[in-house]
Design a protein around this ligand. Structure first.
Ligand code: SF4
Length: 881
């Protein structure tokens, strides 16, 4: 059986072909050659999807509803939810209940949750984790265009002559778009790419110019660009006059931003600024491609508008290869925006104005409409903490890890009267659930998602859900029915919801609203099942969808003109308060992980590239704080403390640090990035500042450090002072730090007793080298190795995970005595996840004559499948490694 579906990870929204054979439990996942988002491309995360649905590896799957820790029927669980919702609303009012949704939900789930809350419960406290990823981009589009409209499409990246990547490590965060840009650049020698990012990420590989600006100085940069465009006479006067408003005011506000002032504020040489400004001014087909580096800021909305201002000033919008292009992080952040998943939007891109409230109320025949915007994510969890919101229903997201100041979020969840969680697996947030609902996940559920270029695609189920798991929309309809609203939620299929959603988008629209699916409002069940990817709006003027917006240079403001928006450039507080002993911490995503690792953490292929949460430091800072490469550091500020492996890299400037967002509390004792991030939000969008927290760093000192490999999951990790855990093809690997001397022989023998029927089968071999402070042990059951550990006095001296697991898998070659003598260089690093190719293997291929990444692909296979590691492979040939 072959099915077409969509990847559940990033906002690129790649199409996938999934194959399932008779009696084969693990699906074969391949890129869909016909999907317009990827045309046969895929990244490491997408290509490892089959591992994440492997039942043996996945974290504990939720299979049955539970109320207060007891398994219960769906009928019982949804009756209990309805009862608690009603009681809470009766006692405290509608705003005492809230929904916290997710860009992982399908549009149909989102639609039903929003309708129930805003139309029938009377609360607009419906927000989503997409608030954390792109709400500033939404707010800026609305200020400029009068609507949340992404003007561009992916093809524009191939048609542009200049791509400005701003605050985006595209190679890792949106790998397939990066691959499309690389290919376009190869085909068009005139294409230029400029990267604007405080860090020199792997994306810099394709950049003709990298502006390593001071963190948070983007606003100065784009105000400087606008001033340059004015001073050099490069404005599109006709476009400004006919299609925009408010130019004069904004022009006045940026006159201060001359080359000298911008160079100083941004920390960039004037000659580099001049080159960027001149390229922007002189290249008609220019795309500004921006993502979390811009949005996740306490002034993110202003930053987005400063970028849009430059496009409006030069008329670079509404034609091929041009426009300000916000790329979303999540697979269905756009679908959430469409239905009103953000608490300040009503539904179908309508706001909380009187006319829209009345329109939506009539369409839904809603008895109790919410009439004002609700709480945004950070404020919502603060309100839970302050006992103002008494009941929260969380779907498909892990706020205990993903929200800033995560310890406060945990405290809020602990004290909330009723926490309902719908999810597919056990995670940090499900621990606090009074009512737990097993949702259908990717591979099981059916519906639609919208990617970053407004393209709606089907996500199709192809395996039966575990236990009695159900779609989220279905659970919501059961609750609605028990609250007495059954006739309004009488959906039998996801297609029923989609049709209603499409009808609402066109209801009394008449071209006044950008989001219009009237052309799909009567789609049959069969056509919905077969629906091909299509970009909205889909209506009588554009029955086959719409590639680009604003081609007629008309916008959705009252005047029909786009608006210039003035903003005040100021460096974030965190950047200002750098002291001798603190660093500005930037957080972000890695190549092979997704969100809080609840899915990707179970794929061995994806855990080997970066196995332990880390902090990246400039060599001078590492030396200043006494930190060695691969040692463990304490990273702390007033909010809390985490422990991270040190990576020393000169791609980050002195005074700055970077750490990944992904690690949850199931994979490490204390490596959650948001422990350190203040809940400091953009005043317009409510999006938190994730990119500039002040932190201090010191070595984490423990007497013993151990890397341990085991066939089975580890027991009792909590007793260690430091632990970090991940999976590999043959079992589990842990890094441990502690002070008390451990009798490993006794410990391993006792552990073996828990799985071996006869302990006489178990043999523990151990070797000690006191001079070198090393100890090695291995446990065998018969001739099979069960565990293998290496203990030393410093984490940086332990053999690498790659070497330990490889040795474990080929245990006949395991010469522990050699290790103790210290004759083995056990340090190696994985580069290509698809084929498990390590740094050493690549080095030896180069020694044998490989001269390019193409040669590497041919000789050892590295980079020849998904291509996500190609930027790293290119590094071998662009600098010595
Ligand atoms: Fe999935 Fe990778 Fe495509 Fe993103 S780029 S949608 S993670 S396959």
């Amino acid at each position: 059986m072959q099915k077409k579906t969509t990847c559940p990870y990033c906002g690129v929204g790649c199409g996938l072909d999934v194959g399932l054979g008779e009696g084969i439990s693990t699906p074969l996942v391949m890129a869909d050659k016909s999907h317009p988002a990827n045309f046969g491309r895929i990244c490491s995360k997408g290509s490892a999807l089959s591992e994440t649905v492997d039942k043996e590896r996945a974290p504990k799957r939720l299979t049955h509803p539970m109320v207060d820790g007891q398994v219960i029927s769906w009928d019982g669980a949804t009756a209990e939810i309805a009862k608690r919702l009603q009681q809470t609303i009766d006692k405290y009012g509608p705003d005492s209940v809230a929904f916290y949704l997710s860009g992982q939900l399908l549009t149909e789930d989102y639609y039903v949750a929003n309708k129930l809350a805003k139309g029938f419960l009377g609360t607009s406290n419906v927000d989503t984790n997409s608030r954390l990823c792109m709400s500033s981009a939404v707010a800026a589009y609305k200020r400029a265009f009068g609507s949340d409209t992404v003007p561009c499409c992916y093809e524009d990246l191939e048609l542009a002559d200049l791509i400005v990547l701003i605050g985006s490590n595209t190679a890792w965060t949106h790998p397939v778009l990066y691959q499309r840009i690389v290919q376009a650049k190869e085909s068009n020698p005139n294409m230029k790419v400029i990267l604007i990012d405080p860090r020199r990420t792997v994306t810099a590989d394709i950049a003709d110019l990298h502006l390593a600006i001071t963190p948070s100085s983007d606003n100065f940069l784009f105000q400087g660009l606008l001033n340059y465009l004015m001073q050099s006479g490069r404005l599109d006067e006709a476009f400004i006059a006919e299609s925009t408003e408010n130019f004069e005011r904004v022009a006045d506000s940026v006159k201060y931003a001359d080359m000298g002032a911008v160079s100083k504020s941004c920390g960039v040489e004037k000659s580099d600024l001049e080159r960027f400004f001149s390229l922007f001014a002189n290249t008609k087909k220019t795309i500004s491609f921006y993502s979390q580096g811009i949005n996740q800021s306490s002034s993110g909305t202003d930053k987005c508008n400063s970028i849009i201002n430059c496009h409006l000033a030069t008329g670079k919008i509404g034609y091929e290869g041009a426009g300000p292009f916000s790329i979303t992080g999540q697979p269905n952040a756009m679908g959430g925006r469409e239905v009103g998943g953000l608490s300040n939007m009503l539904a179908a891109h309508m706001d909380f104005d009187d006319a829209s409230i009345d329109r939506v109320k009539r369409f839904w025949r809603a008895p109790t409409m919410a009439e004002t915007p609700g709480l945004k994510a950070v404020d919502l969890f603060q309100a839970i903490h302050d006992d103002k919101v008494k009941l929260v229903w969380i779907m498909a997201t892990n706020p205990a890890v993903s929200l800033p100041d995560s310890e406060s979020v945990v405290a809020a969840l602990k004290r909330c009267e009723t926490v309902i969680v719908s999810d597919i697996t056990d995670n940090d947030t499900t621990e606090f659930a009074d009512i737990l609902l097993p949702a259908e996940g990717w591979s099981e559920k059916d519906g639609t998602v919208t990617n970053s270029e407004r393209r709606i695609s089907r996500q199709r189920g192809f395996v039966k859900a575990d236990g009695v798991a159900k779609p989220d929309w279905w659970a919501l309809t059961q609750v609605a029915e028990k609250l007495g609203f059954g006739e309004h939620f009488n959906y039998k299929l996801a297609a029923d919801i989609f049709r209603e959603h499409a009808r609402l988008s066109s209801f009394e629209n008449d071209g006044t609203r950008d989001f219009d699916l009237s052309g799909l409002a009567n789609v049959s069940d069969d056509d919905y099942e077969r629906l091909s990817p299509i970009q909205w709006p889909v209506n009588s003027s554009n029955p086959l969808g719409s590639q680009r917006m604003f081609t007629d240079r008309k916008f959705f403001t009252q005047s029909g003109k786009a608006r210039f928006v003035a903003s005040k450039a100021s460096l974030a507080d965190a950047v200002k308060v750098i002291s001798e002993n603190s660093l500005v911490l930037n957080t972000g995503r890695l190549r092979d992980q997704w969100h809080t690792m609840t899915r990707t953490g179970s794929a061995p292929k994806l855990t080997s590239h970066d196995d332990v949460a880390f902090i990246e430091l400039n060599p001078s800072d590492a030396m200043k704080f006494g930190l060695k490469h691969h040692a463990i550091a304490r990273v702390f500020n007033a909010l809390g403390e985490v422990s991270l492996q040190v990576k020393i890299d000169d791609s980050i400037d002195s005074g700055q640090a970077f750490m990944p967002i992904h690690w949850n509390r199931k994979y490490a004792k204390a490596s959650t990035a948001n422990t350190l991030v203040r809940p400091n939000v953009d005043p317009i969008s409510g999006q938190p500042e994730f990119k500039a927290s002040n932190v201090s760093v010191l070595p984490l000192m423990h007497r013993y450090w151990v890397r341990m490999v085991s066939k089975r999951p580890f027991n009792s990790l909590e007793k260690y002072d430091f632990w970090s855990l991940n999976q590999f093809e043959g079992g589990w690997v842990a890094l441990l730090g502690f002070d008390e001397t451990t009798d490993w022989r006794a410990e391993l023998a006792s552990d073996a007793g828990s799985y071996s029927e006869t302990s006489k089968n178990i043999e523990v071999l151990e070797y000690r080298n006191s001079l070198k402070d090393r100890y090695v042990a291995a446990t065998y059951a018969g001739s099979n190795i069960e565990t293998f550990l290496f203990q030393g006095g410093c984490a940086s001296d332990l053999p690498s995970r790659a070497w330990m697991t490889e040795s474990f898998m080929s245990s006949s070659a395991l010469d522990t005595a050699m290790l103790v003598r210290g004759e083995s260089d056990g340090r190696d690093e994985l580069v290509c996840s698809c084929f498990g190719i390590t740094h050493k293997r690549i080095r030896s291929a180069i020694d044998e004559g490989a001269k390019s990444s193409v040669d590497l692909a041919q000789t050892c296979g590295a980079g020849s499948k998904c291509g996500s590691c190609k930027p790293e492979l290119n590094h071998y040939f662009s600098k010595s490694k």
